[in-house]
Structures are given as structure tokens and as C-alpha cells.
Design a protein around this ligand. Structure first.
Ligand SMILES: C[S@@+](CC[C@H](N)C(=O)[O-])C[C@H]1O[C@@H](n2cnc3c(N)ncnc32)[C@H](O)[C@@H]1O
Length: 183
């Protein structure tokens, strides 16, 4: 059972898209109604957590942890506060334009990681910029959870994939693992 949270118009093979009306990160009752006794193998959540305050995001992380099987994984992507492009920063700013009008927080790796570790997750960063404007990435498999706004998939990163420059539009992406059950 692989579930996308706040999917919007995104649709990926093997993933169940849900909307806020199905699964609301701020409404535990919506998770209880959707899952019952079931638990997810994996969650995927692209550009949603920045719509919550930090305190809401921490609560949401604990909620998602509860509905994930031990050994399961949440892949989460948000705008990257260290992306060096001023045009990118203008698009993703707190209370920014268009879809960003309700952005509540702009995370960096240092500020997003504790949102998930406090909930019990083991966190592995997949893509991020550092404060010195260097882009970092781990090897990760798109098939394990596609993130469109990533170096792998975003159309704005075609030159980077061809070996030129830096990604034009990236995300801060984490894999958050619920540790396996111990005997
Ligand atoms: C910028 S859109 C991203 C949509 C899609 N994931 C994508 O990457 O294109 C933000 C999404 O977050 C969802 N959202 C906002 N608050 C939410 C919440 N409390 N629980 C679940 N989804 C939420 C919105 O409904 C919307 O679909």
C-alpha cells in the first residue's frame, strides 16, 4: 500500500493519489477513517509540508509515522531554502505568489530534519543545497517514489542531466524511515 499525500494532479504508477479531503495531515480522524486497521508501506509527499507551520509539521510527522508499517518509508520533498537562484526563492517564499500564497515555512536540511527525527524517523537526505550554495545528492531510485521537482525528473533540469551546470529547479528531499519492529 503506497500512498501519496496532497497529490494534487500528480499520478504515478503504483501509488494511490490522495487529496487533503481524503487524508488531511492536520486531521488524525481522516487517517483513522481512511486506514482503519491497515498501515501504509510507503508515503510520498511532494511540496505539501511547507503549507504547514513547523509545529503543525511536527504533529503531521508523528501522525504519518503512526500509519506507516515498521520498516516503511515516507519520502518528502519541500522547497529548498538554500537554493541559490533568486527567481526560485521568489517563487517559493513564505506567503509567496500563486500556489505559494499559503507557504508557512521555507526549510533547509538543518531545519527540516528535526521535524521528522522528533517523530521517531531515521532520516536520509536525498537532494539538498547547503549554505555555501553547493548542490548535494544521494543515489536514489525514482521508482521508489517519484519526486517531479528533482534532479531526475524536472524538465527545468535537462541541462544539468546532460552534465551542464546546476539543477534549475530542485527540492529538499528526505527519505524518512520508520525503524523496523524489534522482537
Ligand atoms: C503545491 S500543491 C502540491 C501538489 C502535488 N503534491 C505536487 O507536487 O504537484 C500543495 C498540496 O498540498 C495539499 N495540502 C495542503 N495542506 C494539506 C494538509 N493539511 N493535508 C494534506 N494535504 C495538504 C494541497 O491540497 C495541495 O494539493
Amino acid at each position: 500500500m503506497r500512498v501519496m499525500i496532497g497529490a494534487g494532479e500528480q499520478c504515478w504508477d503504483g501509488w494511490m493519489p490522495t487529496q487533503q479531503a481524503d487524508l488531511d495531515l492536520l486531521e488524525p480522524a481522516s487517517f483513522a477513517a481512511y486506514f482503519g486497521d491497515r498501515r501504509a508501506d510507503a508515503f510520498l509527499c511532494e511540496h505539501v509540508w511547507e503549507h504547514l507551520t513547523v509545529e503543525e509539521g511536527e504533529r503531521a510527522a508523528r501522525l504519518v509515522y503512526t500509519y506507516l508499517k515498521p520498516g516503511g518509508r515516507l519520502r518528502v520533498a519541500v522547497p529548498d531554502g538554500h537554493h541559490p537562484d533568486p527567481a526560485y526563492q521568489a517563487l517559493v517564499a513564505v506567503n509567496g505568489p500563486g500556489l505559494a500564497h499559503d507557504h508557512r515555512v521555507l526549510y533547509t536540511l538543518a531545519t527540516l530534519t528535526p521535524v521528522f527525527t522528533q517523530a521517531g524517523f531515521d532520516v536520509r537526505p536525498l537532494e539538498w543545497w547547503d549554505a555555501d550554495h553547493t548542490f548535494h545528492h544521494a543515489d536514489w531510485d525514482v521508482l521508489d517514489g517519484p519526486v517531479y521537482r528533482s534532479r531526475h525528473l524536472d524538465h527545468r533540469n535537462a541541462a544539468f542531466r546532460a552534465g551542464v551546470g546546476a539543477p534549475g529547479f530542485s527540492s529538499l528531499i528526505l527519505d524518512c524511515h520508520r525503524p523496523p519492529a524489534t522482537a
